[in-house]
Design a binder for this molecule. Structure first.
Ligand code: ZN
Length: 657
């Protein structure tokens, strides 16, 4: 493992805390040291309080911060004196400990200090770095883990047997460390957990992490257990979207809420899922407490959700303390699915969560395979896995009332998203927590939004094959489809019927009507599997109830689409799918309405642009955003009892009313 310390870069960091920020980020840059908020670091600083008294303060990583991107504000300042007193107590419950940590911070708006704060405080060094280094975890989750660690480090590290994070771990470390520390001590290894290093300066502590981890890596390398050869895998190009959507539906049902399911069909994942011993290896559980919390106990092998759920219930019943009514069973749905055809699939309430699970399991696969090559992977006993998964603090988090956005875990497909109403719809649905698939003819769609919750696909919606390909990609990325917004359409130049060219007519019909039939037909099987019922929002037009002259093709296409939606409402009600249409009018912030066109049209009516834009009963301007908000709302539970409806959004129009 290479040190990432860079003298030029480091010059930008001057104070003790700034240097703490810098080396924390260096640790965070290496995913085999820490992953997604895992690990923690601290620095002890003497400061004067308001009474001019000197106090020793520990700045410790706050919860919710990631080492890779941490800033000074991400460190929580806690008084050390009371922490050292706490460490002498016989016992302290986790919630009491969290309360003490929070009460002893010296900044009211500081993030909650890490649950490992006391552990950092008792180590008598200015800088302390704690990581869940893959190689240490690989070696300690091994049949001869302890002997191997002793062989690698001799008396240069203090070894702590596995204890669950929290007060007991801090206390065990305090006692064992002070009893065993010598001048030779370079760090502390926590079995099945990770590594602590320390130093008087930030680089000293950081470089020690690199040194100790490198020695573990060299040991693995020496035993041919570091570079894992991945056998070439046959990658299927079979369509998987129906299987995946069914799986997602079953998992959502088991979880009790809609989930995102991401598929990883890469060679590495396939090789692992196709190992003959995948059952014995993967069913032992994850490698470190941090991973247990995020990926749950063990992965599902294959696709039999029912038996997984039954096993999970048994596991809970067998391990939950008899006398405790405080422990509620977590949802029994798996978070990782290993299937020889699908590869690895990961599950989360949000795309971000599903990605965290996959990152962690990618590392877990490495750890398991390396440890197996070393002689045998051996995870913690079931009771310890259970204790972490059902940790008091994790339960408390669950009980906090959830203010999740309404579309959390749901997936929407929107057409024509590169501009105008479609683009605004992307924002409205993302804001409500949905994962969004955006289709557009314009390849700019692929760069439209950098969020992992957004997938932009270049697609000509008049091309059937392009639509099915897009759906395949979409469902491999998010797992299913709950909502559909039919927005893509063209608004051609005005032309009277007696001048209307057949080709022009057909073109309008193919985009505004035919494409939507294909989309509806191809999306139906997935909408039917939406855990909360499928929803379709159709962007119609005021021209449906109140047509204008010179736009025959456009008006007719939208009227036919409207009728298609009404028939779908009749046919799909039994599948729990509702479909409603919006009829916007005079939405001027779209691509077709340039300043010049707007000016010309206003002049034709002898109006100012402002008057022209608000030419309706309510004298309001109809923007893309307002239409998008309504499109999102008609997919929300507010409209749970409505289907086949047509809702104008036009500021009030005499001809429509
Ligand atoms: Zn830890």
């Amino acid at each position: 493992m290479k040190s990432l310390w860079n003298d030029i870069e480091a010059k930008k960091y001057q104070t003790d805390l700034q240097l703490r920020v810098y080396t924390s980020r260096l640790l965070g840059r290496n995913s085999s040291l820490v992953l997604h908020g895992g690990g923690n670091t601290s620095v002890k600083i003497k400061e004067k309080n308001l009474f001019n008294e000197e106090e020793e303060i520990i700045y410790i990583k706050g919860s919710g911060w990631d080492l890779a991107t941490i800033e000074e504000a991400g460190f929580s300042p806690v008084r050390i004196a009371p922490l050292l007193k706490l460490a002498k107590l016989k016992s302290l419950s986790d919630s009491q400990m969290v309360n003490e940590l929070k009460s002893n911070t010296i900044r009211a708006n500081a993030p909650s200090p890490s649950v490992e704060t006391i552990l950092h405080a008792i180590l008598p060094y200015k800088y302390v770095d704690h990581t869940h280094a893959d190689s240490i975890v690989t070696i300690t989750n091994n049949q001869n883990g302890l002997a191997r660690i002793q062989e690698i480090y001799g008396d240069e590290v203090v070894i702590i047997p596995y204890v669950m994070p929290g007060f007991d771990l801090a206390k065990t470390c305090a006692e064992k460390f002070s009893a065993e520390v010598t001048e030779k001590t370079k760090g502390m290894v926590l079995m099945n957990h990770g590594l602590f290093t320390f130093g008087e300066t930030a680089p000293e502590s950081y470089e020690m992490t690199i040194e100790l981890v490198s020695r573990a890596e060299e040991y693995l390398e020496k035993h041919n257990a570091f570079s894992i050869k991945i056998e070439k895998q046959e990658i299927t190009n079979k369509e998987l979207r129906y299987d995946l959507a069914k799986l997602r539906w079953e998992i959502s049902k088991a979880a009790g809420f809609p989930v995102i399911l991401k598929r990883y069909g890469d060679e590495r994942s396939l090789a692992f899922t196709r190992r003959k011993d995948v059952n014995t290896l993967s069913q032992q559980g994850p490698a470190t407490p941090d991973h247990i919390i995020r990926t749950k106990r063990v992965p599902l092998i294959g696709r039999d959700i029912n038996s997984y759920v039954a096993q999970y219930k048994e596991y809970f019943a067998a391990n939950a303390p008899q006398n405790s009514e405080k422990i509620t069973m977590l949802d029994p749905a798996p978070r990782v699915i290993l299937d020889p055809e699908l590869g690895m699939c990961t599950v989360g309430k949000t795309v971000k969560n599903a990605k965290i699970v996959s990152d962690i399991y990618q590392h877990t696969m490495d750890i398991i395979e390396r440890s197996t090559a070393l002689g045998g992977y051996m995870a913690l006993p079931t009771k310890d896995l259970f204790a972490v998964e059902y940790w008091e603090l994790e339960q408390a988090k669950l009980k906090k009332s959830s203010n999740a956005p309404i579309f959390t875990g749901e997936i929407v497909l929107i057409t024509g998203v590169a501009s105008g109403i479609g683009k605004a719809c992307v924002d409205s649905f993302l804001q409500r927590g949905a994962a969004v698939i955006g289709l557009d003819l314009d390849s700019a769609v692929e760069e439209l939004n950098k969020k992992p919750d957004f997938l932009g696909i270049t697609c000509d919606v008049t091309d059937e094959k392009a639509i099915t390909n897009a759906l395949e990609k979409a469902i491999q990325t998010f797992g299913g489809l709950d909502m559909l917004v039919l927005n893509a359409g063209i608004f051609p130049q005005g032309c009277d019927i007696n001048q209307l060219v057949t080709e022009h007519w057909r073109k309008v019909m193919s985009v505004n009507l035919d494409a939507n039939l294909i989309l509806m037909r191809e999306c139906h099987p997935f909408l039917k599997l939406a855990p909360k019922g499928g929803r379709v929002a159709v962007i119609g037009s005021k021209n449906v109830p109140a047509p204008g002259s010179s736009v025959a093709a456009y008006s007719t296409s939208k009227a036919a689409l409207n009728q298609l939606a009404r028939v779908a409402a009749l046919e799909w009600g039994k599948d729990g799918i509702r479909i409603n249409t919006l009829h916007p009018n005079a939405v001027f912030d779209t691509k077709i309405w340039t300043e010049d066109v707007l000016q010309a049209r206003a002049e034709a009516y002898q109006l100012t642009v402002e008057e022209y834009k608000t030419k309706n009963l309510l004298k309001v301007e109809i923007t893309s955003h307002k239409v998008a908000e309504l499109a999102a709302e008609i997919c929300s539970p507010v409209f749970a009892c409505t289907t086949g409806a047509q809702i104008p959004i036009d500021g009030g129009n005499e001809r429509v009313i």
